[in-house]
Write a protein that binds this ligand. Sequence first.
Ligand SMILES: [Zn+2]
Length: 345
Amino acid sequence: MKVFYSNLCLRHAPKYEFISGKLIDYIGKSNSLSQFEFLSPDNYGLEPILSVHSKDYVEYLQTAYQEWVNDGGSEDGVLPEAFPHQNLSSAKLQNIKITSPIAKAGLYCFDMSCCITENTWESVYESAQVVISATMELKRIVEESESDESSFVPSVFALCRPPGHHANSNLCAGYCFLNNVAISTRLLVKANKRVVILDIDYHHGNGTQDIFYSNSNPLYISLHGSPDYPWFTGDESEKGEGQGEGFNINIPLPKTTDDDEYLKILKRIIDENIRPYNADYLIVSLGVDTYKEDPIAGLQITSGGYERVGELIKSIELPTLFVMEGGYHLETIGINVGNILLGTT
Ligand SMILES: [Zn+2]
């Protein structure tokens, strides 16, 4: 399996973001993973990013740190202080000119997890290039294999850091700045491909849901622990709107969910929703923070369970792009991600 990765992704390095090193160690050293081939991303520029994110938001990410420091802010990084809450009903946001760096931080973020440091833009831009490069490579392999008769179904792994599924078109949150999965999806949809996004990170992918909420392509499906962060999204009643109605599926799960229950639900989703959709590509928002000992999240999934998840994903028989999201139990993150990928090879 081809793995796209860049060391530049590590330059944004807040708390909990040690996982890339652990993953690379595992994938690089494990004998059983000799089939993994590491590739560096190409540079596809801003255009694919701007097909998902607004221009003003991208400019904010590029300039926030410098503006903040110029304004006397701490060199540790940009953090918001207040947010434009929906119940501030007498304030008309569009009438207020937001110029202060700390006000902008609240305007473009909905929590305190996305400290913007000197190197944040470089890392999130590189993370987007990782997913774009992985998408282009998967598409190339698929197109090349269309002419032969083999039943080979390719998969590629985009080892993105920072992750993406909490970021929407205009907001960062949950350690996410640019929505890598959404950027990849837009590329494929623009090429007239049908896409299913299967989000198996422990947390609800509110950003991905937002971005595609009124689209019938992709079909977005999220299995996530509930109640938990991001708290205000992820309910079963959120089914999409307009043309997108019925193409957003949320499956909140209790934290007691174990391997057998999880796999049973995943199998049902595959049979009842994914197969009938007749997609050309599957994109997996891959988080292993569903692991039973994850320190900040966690269902009751075991390392063995991840191998079975990988086998189930393989049974869908779609070209698959795995995109890294969360996972915070450092001792097992390598083996758990590896087990899912191995299940698919
Ligand atoms: Zn997560």
